[in-house]
Design a protein around this ligand. Structure first.
Ligand SMILES: Nc1ncnc2c1ncn2[C@@H]1O[C@H](COP(=O)(O)OP(=O)(O)OP(=O)(O)O)[C@@H](O)[C@H]1O
Ligand SMILES: [Mg+2]
Length: 255
């Protein structure tokens, strides 16, 4: 199978205002295959968000290369941030159509797409509500619908649930993994939460401290239909993987 996204020896060095440099990423390579969710786990400041900015074309890497669907970067990438960043003055449906609107899609086309997504993801009846009247979990659902509305090949999720309470986060992990699978998307998930990575991802890539390199890659060999965030807590393989990744992260911190 051909990878939908390939990172080859990506490195990133930033210039600082005082004339110095910061090496954020030393050497990161990985591939994402169609239909897959890959999780990136790594310490704060190791360059994960920088990697996403490179994938989405906002930054050019200092070394190495990125290809998405055969191109350098581009419109086939949907980016969902930690903060939902919904426009507060726009209703739910007007937020969902935002990406389509920016791409010049006519309302006659964009509104039916948005309506379908809103119904499919459990927010029917809230089309005209303003974000401020929704819970944090509902807002993140709107944010993922907005990301999926323009049908990107790859979805980038940068700590999408970190601002939510434990219960909402746990429910959304299973939901969003399902949404991505059902819509036949591929995704890269940045998270600090090992349980979240195992619940949602097919593979977990552990990054070192800054400047980051790939320490390890693990395959989550638990069937997708057994990935209920709550049921997994008593799954033997889940716990083995959790400890393996935990030990990597600890080792990394000690080093
Ligand atoms: N535009 C920039 N100019 C200079 N340095 C930057 C820039 N963007 C990021 N950095 C530096 O690069 C490093 C990596 O930052 P990045 O935000 O990618 O980390 P991260 O892994 O996403 O961290 P966190 O887990 O805390 O979100 C940091 O040391 C940061 O200060
Ligand atoms: Mg970050």
């Amino acid at each position: 199978m051909t990878a939908i996204l390939t990172a080859e020896h990506v490195g990133m060095v930033f210039d600082t205002p005082d004339g110095g440099t910061v090496e954020a990423i030393r050497d990161v390579s990985f591939e994402l295959y169609p239909g897959e969710i890959v999780a990136l786990i790594g310490p704060s400041g190791c360059g994960k968000t920088t990697l996403f900015n490179i994938i989405s074309g906002l930054l050019t890497p200092s070394r190495g290369s990125f290809t998405v669907n055969g191109a350098d970067h581009g419109p086939s990438v949907g980016y969902m941030l930690q903060k939902d960043l919904l426009l507060p003055w726009r209703s739910v449906i007007d937020n969902v159509v935002l990406g389509l609107e920016v791409r010049g899609i006519a309302p006659s086309q964009s509104y039916p797409i948005a309506k379908r997504l809103i119904a499919a993801y459990g927010l029917a009846g809230f089309e005209d509500s303003k974000p401020a009247t929704l819970s944090g979990g509902m807002r993140q659902r709107v944010a993922i619908m907005r990301t999926l509305a323009f049908d990107p090949a790859v979805v980038l999720l940068d700590e999408p649930f970190s601002a939510l309470d434990f219960q909402t986060r746990t429910l959304l992990q299973t939901d969003v993994a399902k949404i991505i699978a059902e819509s036949q998307k591929s995704a890269v998930l940045i998270t600090h939460d090992i349980g979240e990575a195992i619940t949602m991802a097919d593979r977990v890539i552990v990054l070192s401290q800054r400047p980051s390199t790939v320490l390890r890659e693990l395959v989550v060999d638990i069937p997708r239909d057994a990935r209920d965030a709550v049921a997994l807590r008593s799954d033997k393989r889940f716990n083995e993987l959790f400890i393996e990744i935990w030990n990597d992260v600890q080792h990394k911190v000690a080093a």
